[in-house]
Design a protein around this ligand. Structure first.
Ligand code: COA
Length: 260
């Protein structure tokens, strides 16, 4: 499928999704959110795709937020709909996906951009990246999961400080807070993301999906994560991959997982 605001490239089971609105610092307008939804749904269903790396076009921004120009005409009802759609069709979709998604944060990740990175399973940042949730400067609060995911990742005190001051933090600060997993130079950003993804891609795909489900359950209200872990753990025993993994261990060879 041809996209207006995304570049899509599949190499060695890695789907690269590049948000491509460089003149607007890759701000997430409605079209881009709809395209992200389609691209991610297709990627999760495509056997040729093992995992996804999301990044931004150019060297300046990952994503500088939701498209502020589109906010002007929203009212209480349309804002609720926008937020709800974005949650379900993009941000929760990524977080609850059956394949690993890595954000390669190559510059500004602000507002919806940081929210997108936080919905991904792993974040790698270039050392020049700057991150923040500056919505209160617009008279708003984060609406694509930022108040929840930032709090979960860095704790309530720091999340409230970042959200209420609207301050941007450096990649080094983000790393110290546990908001990003690794910092590298801009030149090494994609290769670091690829290195991590390739390690995951030789593991059993259904076990990876189960791990995502079980870890996510630890942060879901009203859900007993330990029970979800037991469910997911036991389901793994019915997979061909489990038989292959154990056989490979006993035969002292590398496992060849099929995702079945
Ligand atoms: N929505 C819409 N357009 C945006 C945008 C956003 N979130 N962020 C940047 N842009 C556009 C700018 O309007 C500008 O467009 P123009 O050239 O047509 O005027 C272009 O991207 C370049 O941005 P500019 O502000 O000129 O770059 P800068 O280097 O001076 O500043 C930022 C960079 C990231 C600090 C600044 O663009 C900014 O603060 N962006 C908004 C961040 C934000 O509040 N995000 C949360 C949104 S809820």
């Amino acid at each position: 499928m041809a996209y207006q605001n995304l570049l899509i490239d599949l190499k060695e089971r890695v789907l690269y999704i590049t948000i491509n609105r460089e003149s607007k610092l890759n701000a997430l307008n409605k079209v881009t959110l709809a395209e992200l939804h389609t691209a991610i749904v297709e990627a999760f269903a495509d056997e040729k795709v093992g995992g996804i790396i999301i990044t931004g076009a150019g060297s300046k921004a990952f994503v500088a937020g939701a498209d502020i120009a589109e906010f002007i005409n929203l009212d209480i009802n349309s804002a609720r709909e926008l937020s709800h759609e974005a949650h379900t069709k993009v941000f929760d979709l990524i977080e609850n996906g059956n394949k690993p998604v890595i954000a390669a944060v190559n510059g500004f990740a602000l507002g919806g951009g940081l929210e997108l990175a936080m919905a991904c399973h792993i974040r790698i940042a270039s050392d020049n990246a700057r991150m923040g949730l500056p919505e209160v400067t617009l008279g708003l609060i984060p609406g694509y999961g930022g108040t929840q995911r930032l709090t979960r990742l860095v704790g309530k005190g720091k999340a409230l400080e970042m959200i209420m001051t609207a301050d941007m933090i450096t990649a080094a600060e983000a790393h110290q807070l546990g908001l990003v997993n690794h910092i590298v130079s801009p030149e090494e950003l994609l290769s670091k993301a690829e290195e991590i993804l390739q390690k995951i891609l030789v593991r059993a795909p259904l076990a990876i999906a189960a791990a995502i489900t079980a870890v996510n359950a630890s942060l879901r209200d009203g859900v007993n994560g330990f029970e979800i872990e037991t469910d997911e753990f036991s389901k793994c025993f019915s997979t061909e991959d489990f038989k292959e993994g154990v056989a490979a261990f006993l035969e002292k060879r590398k496992a060849d997982f099929k995702g079945r």
